[in-house]
Design a protein around this ligand. Structure first.
Ligand code: KIV
Ligand code: ZN
Length: 509
C-alpha cells in the first residue's frame, strides 16, 4: 500500500497574501467547505493576530468544517499564539502553526538575533503552543537558505519540545529540486527526530519550481505538502495543490504515494477560489487552465479521436470537467436543468431552483449554447446569501471614441425606484459614479477583473470587483453576456455586501 501524503492547504492564509486576493469571512468559509469536499487534510485558515477580520475568519472556518484539521498561524510571540489558540479552539482538530526565521540573512537583518536566541524562542514557543493543542507545527522560515547543521539542530529541538510536524519552507522560492531533496533526506535520515515527526514542505514558486521541489521532497522523506488552489500566494505563489495531487495520481509508476483528495472536486474548487479572490487562472495553467484539456492542432485532434491517450495523460473527468462542454439550450426544461446542476454538484432548494431556472431561460434567449460554466455563474449569482438591498433595474451607458462616457442607472430599493446619471473616465467608471450618487456611498474601487467564463462572441463575462468603503473591503461579482451589465451588477453586489457588513442599510433613499 502506497504511503499517504498529507495535503495542507494554505489558500486561505498564504494564498490570501497574493496582492488583491483578500477574502472576507463568508468567502473563507465558502472556500473552506469546498476544501473539505475536496478532501484536504489540513486547512490553514489565516494568521489570527494579523487583524480582527482574520481572527474572526479563522474562528468561523474552525467551526465550519469537521474533517480537516484547522490551523492558525503564529509568530514565536505569546500574543500570536494566544490569538491562534483562541481562533482554532472550537475546531474539531485544532492546529497551531508557529514559525521563526532561521537563515543567517533573516536572523541578522530582520530579527537581529543570534542562533542561540532563535533556538530558545522556537523551543519555548512550541512548548507554549502545546499548552493549548496537541497538534503543533513549527516552520523554520527561509529553511532552504538556512545552514543545514543549524536547521537540523532546530528540527530536533522543536520535536523534543512537542512539535508533531516540522515544515521546511522554501520561503523565497530559491531551491533547486535536487538540492532541496538532499536537505529533506538529511533531516529525515540523519537527525535524531527525523522519523519522530512529520516532515512537511512549503515551496514558493519564484523560479517556477515549487511543484518540482515539493515532489522531490516527498521522494526524500517529506510526508506533508503545503500548497494552494491555483498556486496562488505571496509573490509568484505557492506549490499548486492541483498540480502536486495530479502528478502523484498520474505518475503512480514513479511516485508510489497517495492523497485523500477527491480529484473530481478540483475544477470546482479552482473556479470558486478564482471567483472569490478575483485572481484569474492563466489559460495555459496546468490542470485547471481553460486550455489544459483543449486540443487545437489537427494532428492532435485526429490522434485523440483515434485513441484518447495519444495526447491526453489525464481524463478531464478526473478533475471534475465534464466530457461534454455543451450542455443545455433554449428548449431545455426544468428537469434537465436540475439534473445538470446535480451533476455539477449543486443541490438547490425549490425556490433557488426557480430563481436559477428563470435566469437560465433569460440567458438562453440571448445565447444559443449554454455551457457548464454559464450554469455555474448563474447558480452562484442566484445564491447570494446577503440581502439584495439594491437591485439593478436598468443600466444605459454611452461611450465611444469622441463621446464623454455617460451612464444612467436605475436601482430598486424596497419599493422605491432610484435613478441617476453621471459621466466618468470610462463607461465602467461612469456607471460606478452613478451608483455612488444613488447610494450616497463614496466607495473606492481597488481592483477590477473581467473574465470570459465561456468562449465565443456571446460568452458569459464575469466581473469581480474589490471595493472599499470606510474600513470595510468586499468583493462583488456579476455575470452577464454584456460586460457593462456584469460590471454594474458586480458593483451593486459589492455595495450590498458593504451594507450587509455594516449591519444596517445606512444609505438614504
Ligand atoms: O513562506 C513561508 O516561509 C511561510 C511560512 C510562514 C511557513 O509562509
Ligand atoms: Zn509561504
Amino acid at each position: 500500500m502506497s504511503e499517504r501524503i498529507i495535503i495542507f492547504d494554505t489558500t486561505l492564509r498564504d494564498g490570501e497574501q497574493s496582492p488583491g486576493a483578500s477574502m472576507d469571512t463568508a468567502a473563507k468559509v465558502e472556500v473552506a467547505r469546498q476544501l473539505e469536499r475536496l478532501g484536504v487534510d489540513v486547512i490553514e485558515g489565516g494568521f489570527p493576530i494579523s487583524s480582527p477580520g482574520d481572527f474572526e475568519a479563522v474562528k468561523a472556518v474552525a467551526q465550519a468544517v469537521t474533517e480537516p484539521a484547522v490551523a492558525g498561524l503564529a509568530r514565536c510571540v505569546k500574543g500570536d499564539i494566544d490569538a491562534a489558540a483562541k481562533a482554532v479552539e472550537k475546531a474539531k482538530k485544532p492546529r497551531i502553526h508557529v514559525f521563526l526565521a532561521t537563515s543567517k540573512i533573516h536572523m541578522k537583518y530582520k530579527l537581529k538575533k543570534a542562533e542561540e536566541e532563535i533556538l530558545r524562542l522556537a523551543v519555548e514557543s512550541v512548548k507554549y503552543a502545546r499548552k493549548f493543542v496537541d497538534d503543533v507545527e513549527f516552520s523554520p522560515e527561509d529553511a532552504s537558505r538556512t545552514d543545514l547543521n543549524f536547521l537540523a539542530q532546530v528540527f530536533d529541538a522543536v520535536v523534543d519540545a512537542g512539535a508533531m510536524t516540522v515544515n521546511i519552507p522554501d520561503t523565497v522560492g530559491y531551491a533547486i529540486p535536487e538540492e532541496f531533496g538532499r536537505v529533506i533526506k538529511h533531516l529525515y535520515e540523519n537527525t535524531r527526530n527525523g522519523k519522530n515527526a512529520v516532515i512537511s514542505v512549503h515551496c514558493h514558486n519564484d523560479l517556477g519550481l515549487a511543484v518540482a521541489n515539493s515532489l522531490t521532497a516527498v521522494v526524500n522523506g517529506a510526508r506533508q505538502v503545503e500548497c494552494t488552489i491555483n498556486g496562488i500566494g505571496e509573490r509568484a505563489g505557492n506549490c499548486s495543490l492541483e498540480e502536486v495531487v495530479m502528478a502523484i495520481r498520474t505518475r503512480k509508476d514513479v511516485l508510489d504515494f497517495q492523497t485523500r483528495v477527491n480529484t473530481r472536486e478540483i475544477i470546482k474548487t479552482s473556479r470558486l477560489v478564482s471567483k472569490l479572490t478575483g485572481i484569474i487562472v492563466q489559460p495555459n495553467k496546468a490542470i485547471v487552465g481553460h486550455n489544459a484539456f483543449a486540443h487545437e492542432a489537427g494532428i492532435h485532434q485526429d490522434g485523440i479521436l483515434k485513441e484518447r491517450t495519444t495526447y491526453e495523460i489525464m481524463k478531464p473527468a478526473d478533475i471534475g470537467l465534464t466530457e461534454s462542454r455543451l450542455v443545455l439550450g433554449k428548449h431545455s426544461g426544468r428537469h434537465a436543468f436540475n439534473e445538470r446542476l446535480k451533476d455539477l454538484g449543486y443541490s438547490l432548494s425549490a425556490s433557488d431552483l426557480d430563481k436559477a431556472f428563470a435566469a437560465f431561460k433569460a440567458l438562453a434567449d440571448k445565447k444559443k449554447e449554454i455551457y457548464d460554466e454559464d450554469l455555474q455563474a448563474i447558480v452562484e449569482e442566484q445564491l447570494v446569501t446577503i440581502p439584495p438591498t439594491y437591485q439593478l433595474d436598468y443600466v444605459h451607458i454611452s461611450s465611444g471614441t469622441s463621446t464623454i462616457p455617460t451612464a444612467t442607472v436605475r436601482l430598486k430599493k424596497d419599493k422605491n425606484i432610484l435613478q441617476d446619471a453621471s459621466c466618468g473616465d470610462g463607461p465602467v467608471d461612469a456607471a460606478y459614479k452613478t451608483i455612488d450618487r444613488i447610494t450616497k456611498m463614496k466607495c473606492r474601487l481597488l481592483n477590477y477583473s473581467l473574465q470570459a467564463v465561456t468562449s465565443g462572441k456571446d460568452a458569459m463575462g464575469e466581473v469581480v470587483v474589490r471595493v472599499r468603503h470606510g474600513k470595510n473591503e468586499v468583493t462583488g461579482r456579476g455575470a452577464s453576456t454584456d460586460i457593462l451589465e456584469a460590471s454594474t451588477k458586480a458593483y451593486v453586489n459589492a455595495v450590498n455586501r458593504l451594507l450587509f457588513l455594516k449591519g444596517s442599510s445606512t444609505a438614504k433613499s
